[in-house]
Design a protein around this ligand. Structure first.
Ligand SMILES: [Zn+2]
Length: 433
């Protein structure tokens, strides 16, 4: 069993009190965090234990991207500055019609390389050719929740749904617990009730959760009220979708007070995606009201076509900033709350908070180290403040997932980036004509 001892790090535990240990040692044994001690107090190193001297570094739980479409890295910068519906209908969906399975595999690896470099150790994905994304995740060693996207307007929607259910059943236990499968109906407005009914049935059959976009735009809210006489949340409640566990609802920008009460009562996980919401001008999610109601909130980047990166540290900063601006109040959405969303909030939203999201003995060793020995991170009055308001993705130096190093001293250990760039470049010649 491989073991690693991280010495002398400042440790942001993200425990209930968001304790920061000024100088501590973390022992990783196998897949788990075996212990955390004040620096120097760790037991004597066993033969074969590898040691990292993390003096000047900050250790924290790996961040969780609670909502993305990883292979949309292929569309980064392909269509910017358009309203959501023309953006989807005229640019994104036609491009996606040309995708082949291997395009999604290499696009997913590109996104995974970017996320590992940004200290993201788990992502929640919904996309076409979901098996390719699952393979990419397993090949890289990152933790992933994967679901196939279901859109009723596709000619083979029924077949795709059955394939997605079969995938959810067959792949759910692969990868030593790193891979979690879900079902991914795109959104209430792209999925009629008969399709959602089968999704709910399939989720119960397979014993998996559901990942869905909910109340992203004002138009979605208005059309739902016009066509169903219900908000999207009311409609999903009515058909029993929110009784599946877990449900990850992405966006939740336009919510009534009653919708918020329902999401809390049903323990629905919410992915707040401030970068995407700002870029697509979808609105400002009611995060202050959600926090006040004790809703379960994580942070997501959405796809790289609407962000345009997969950097959760940046989303934490945006979350902490936009709600202050929106409220005209600098005290709302604190750095601690934003960092909590980026870590244990996301874990809870995905139903994996028993495994990840905190640095504590017994948790899976999804641990990242950031280099704080840099001008923009001096002096260290408040490490959590620095992480949210001053640090950058490029400060991440070392990344462990499930006890395995995926990046050491900024060197990726499981992926060949040059080969990924070459493959993606080749594929784009066919996709963009
Ligand atoms: Zn999305």
């Amino acid at each position: 069993m491989a073991s690693w001892l991280i010495r002398n790090a400042a440790v942001v535990t993200m425990d209930d009190d968001a304790t920061v240990l000024p100088k501590a040692d973390i022992l990783i044994e196998g897949t788990d965090i075996a212990g955390v001690w004040p620096a120097g107090d760790a037991p004597r190193e066993q033969h074969g234990t590898r040691t990292i001297d993390a003096d000047g570094m900050v250790a924290m739980p790996g961040m969780i991207n609670a909502h993305t479409h990883c292979a949309m890295t292929l569309l980064r910068g392909y269509a910017d500055e358009m309203p959501l519906m023309p953006w989807l209908e005229e640019r994104i969906w036609p491009f996606e019609m040309k995708l082949e399975e291997d395009d999604v595999y290499w696009g997913s690896l590109l996104g995974i390389a970017e996320m590992i470099r940004a200290g993201v150790t788990c992502f929640n994905d919904m996309y076409h050719y979901f098996e390719a994304t699952a393979r990419a995740a397993l090949d890289s060693g990152i933790r992933a929740n994967v679901s196939g996207v279901l859109l009723a307007f596709l000619p083979d929607a029924g077949e795709r749904l059955e394939n997605a259910i079969a995938f959810a059943k067959e792949w759910k236990d692969r990868g030593d617990g790193l891979l979690v499968t879900m079902l991914g109906p795109h959104a209430p407005y792209t999925c009629p009730n008969h399709l959602l009914d089968r999704v709910i049935e399939g989720a119960h059959e397979a014993g998996v959760g559901i990942h869905i976009h909910v109340s992203e735009t004002k138009q979605e809210m208005e059309e739902s009220l016009r066509d169903f006489g219900q908000t999207p949340v009311e409609r999903l409640t009515d058909i029993g979708l929110l009784d599946v566990s877990p449900v990850l609802a992405a966006h939740c920008v336009h919510l009534t007070d009653s919708d918020i009460a329902t999401l809390v009562e049903k323990s629905v996980g919410i992915s707040h995606n401030p970068g995407s919401n700002m870029k697509l001008a979808s609105g400002t999610a009611p995060v202050r009201r959600l926090l006040a109601a004790n809703a379960v909130i994580g942070l997501g980047t959405d796809g790289a076509a609407s962000n345009n990166n997969l950097d959760i540290l940046e989303e934490a900063r945006l979350a902490a900033l936009i709600h202050k601006l929106d409220a005209g109040d600098p005290t709302v959405v604190t750095a601690q709350q934003a960092l909590q969303m980026a870590t244990r909030g996301g874990a809870k939203a995905l139903g994996i908070d028993d495994r990840v999201g905190r640095i504590e003995p017994g948790m899976k060793a999804d641990v990242i180290l950031l280099d704080f020995h840099q001008a923009h991170l001096f002096p260290r009055h408040d490490i959590i403040s620095h992480l949210v308001y001053a640090a950058r993705a490029g400060d991440v130096r070392t990344v462990f997932v499930n006890g395995r190093p995926l990046m050491l001293d900024r060197q990726l250990q499981t992926l060949d980036e040059e080969e990924i760039y070459r493959q993606v470049g080749e594929r784009l010649k066919r996709l963009v004509q």
